[in-house]
Design a protein around this ligand. Structure first.
Ligand code: HEM
Length: 473
């Protein structure tokens, strides 16, 4: 049994469902009513599934923006917190134990307690990711995780803000940003299709080398497997497609092209059973989230002129093909990920019974952290709906330093090992796009700097005009 609470626990509300004074019954975790359970399913779980958990469905993203789906879900959880207190709040589901976390200290406790007593390899994730990477660290047992996770930390240089061998990686990124700018100049605007085409070309180059630059069949196959993953248990695995994809990816990795992550991967000693190919599948897959957050960050820069001027100052006169930290652009991306997290549902499952202030939680309980609830909780985070990159500045006492759970990359032992690399490469890409250019967002009035930002922002319909910078202004 585990009974640890995060050391910086800060109670948010006082209501609980524990026994009242004089009542000797043991406390039990608060329980949602059947109607509230339906509201959580309808307002939160179904929209997440409809939008696609492994690859996003553009039509559903557009609807989510139109109905401000994430903001509605945040308000629903706020109401439940007012009614039931800190939780964890049990839902009433037939044949399934599930709780929703409502208190910041519980988020820290659960994420810090991975893989025991809270495994990241939940039934839902195993069903979904099993379509593309059944041996990936994310859905591994505690023992397999201990063997597989060091591979990611070593190759991705997870602890360093600037990857130790980033030269060729950022050069590929800068090249592709230049290609995107040329494209935008020719077509008169920069849109998602062009953005993602150049971004993924950069991703194939930096992960697998120049020999994979134009292998769009590889990433198209991955997209097909991800689309199957959206259906989790409901779709049989596409075995032939899996074999074709893994074998093609394996060939690229075997080339170990100098300068690419594949070359680093080939040099890192690995434990038997690591299954390098299936670890790298997650990298190719996860760089997609970098494209969504990158294009949304570009929208933030384009609609916040004072910030855009500071960003121009950050990149002016710099050779971006040289690896470097770009703190303002990095914070812009982190804000994009706070405002519109690309992994809104962080899932864990208890592998043993645990004790909580409110009562016991049995083993095999699914635990949902709905990131937007904490990222956009205006009752506790005054800047919740504004763009405020200072939130990420620990020296300025931002929320990160204050231990509020801003968890776009999760936290604890299963936190994203690609965090630093993705922030470095994406901020370089964005830096190159804005260096010497003015960027204007087309057709999205709701992103004005003085109003609250929308709860959902469809990345697939963002469009920009990009013009050489008018230095006379
Ligand atoms: C903006 C881009 C990205 C975001 C927001 C992101 C977010 C996340 C999150 C939230 C998790 C943890 C999920 C959980 O706790 O259940 C995760 C795990 C992981 N990410 Fe990322 N990720 C991004 C990009 C990347 C990239 C580019 C790579 C590799 C190059 C990567 C590699 C991984 C791996 C290997 C794991 C599994 C870690 C483990 O289970 O120990 N991610 N990521």
């Amino acid at each position: 049994m585990t009974d640890t609470a995060h050391p910086t626990a800060t109670p948010t509300t006082t209501a609980t469902s524990t026994a009242t004074s004089g009542d000797r019954r043991p406390p039990v975790l608060p329980r949602a009513t059947p109607v509230e359970t339906l509201q959580v399913l309808g307002g939160l779980v179904v929209p997440l599934l409809a939008r696609g958990v492994i690859v996003r469905r553009p039509a559903a993203e557009a609807l989510a923006e139109r109905f401000d789906a994430d903001a509605r879900a945040v308000r629903l959880l706020q109401r439940l917190r007012h009614r039931h207190g800190e939780g964890p709040l049990r839902l009433r589901l037939p044949g399934r134990r599930m709780v929703v976390l409502l208190a910041p200290q519980h988020v820290h406790r659960v994420l810090d307690g991975t893989p025991v007593p809270f495994t990241a390899a939940t039934k839902e994730k195993r069903a979904a990711l099993g379509h593309l990477e059944p041996h990936n660290v994310l859905i591994s047992s505690a023992e397999e995780r201990a063997r597989r996770r060091p591979f990611h930390d070593a190759v991705l240089d997870s602890a360093s803000p600037v990857h130790h061998a980033a030269g060729p990686l950022v050069r590929a990124v800068v090249d592709e940003a230049d290609g995107l700018l040329a494209d935008a100049a020719a077509r008169g605007e920069l849109d998602w299709d062009a953005y993602v085409a150049h971004w993924y070309r950069a991703v194939r180059r930096l992960v697998l080398g120049e020999g994979a630059a134009d292998d769009t069949d590889l990433t198209d196959d991955l997209r097909r497997l991800r689309a199957a993953g959206n259906w989790a248990f409901l779709r049989p695995r596409r075995r032939a497609l899996q074999r074709r994809f893994w074998s093609r990816l394996g060939e690229h990795l075997e080339r170990a092209e100098p300068g690419s992550l594949a070359a680093h991967a080939a040099r890192v000693p690995v434990e038997p059973g690591t299954d390098v190919v299936q670890q790298v599948v997650q990298w190719l897959f996860a760089f997609d989230a970098a494209a969504w957050s990158g294009i949304r960050a570009l929208a933030l820069v384009a609609t916040h002129p004072a910030h855009a001027a500071r960003v121009q100052g950050e990149v002016a006169g710099r050779d971006l093909a040289v690896p470097q930290d770009l703190p303002l652009l990095r914070a812009t991306l982190l804000e994009s990920l706070r405002l519109w997290p690309t992994t809104p549902a962080v899932l864990r499952e208890s592998v043993e019974r645990t004790r909580w202030e409110g009562g016991p939680m049995p083993e095999a309980t699914s635990i949902l952290t709905y990131a937007p609830f904490f990222h956009r909780d205006a009752e506790h985070l005054p800047q919740a709906d504004a763009f405020d990159p200072r939130l990420w500045d620990e020296r300025a006492g931002g929320a990160v330093a204050g231990e509020w759970p801003l968890v776009p990359f999760s936290a604890g032992p299963a936190a994203c090992p690609g965090r630093n690399l993705v922030l470095e490469t994406t901020s370089t890409f964005l830096g190159r796009l804005v260096q010497g250019h003015d960027v204007e967002l087309l057709g999205r009035p709701r992103l004005a700097p003085d109003g609250p930002l929308p709860g959902s922002l469809d990345p697939f319909t963002l469009r920009f005009a990009v013009r050489p910078r008018d230095v006379s202004r």
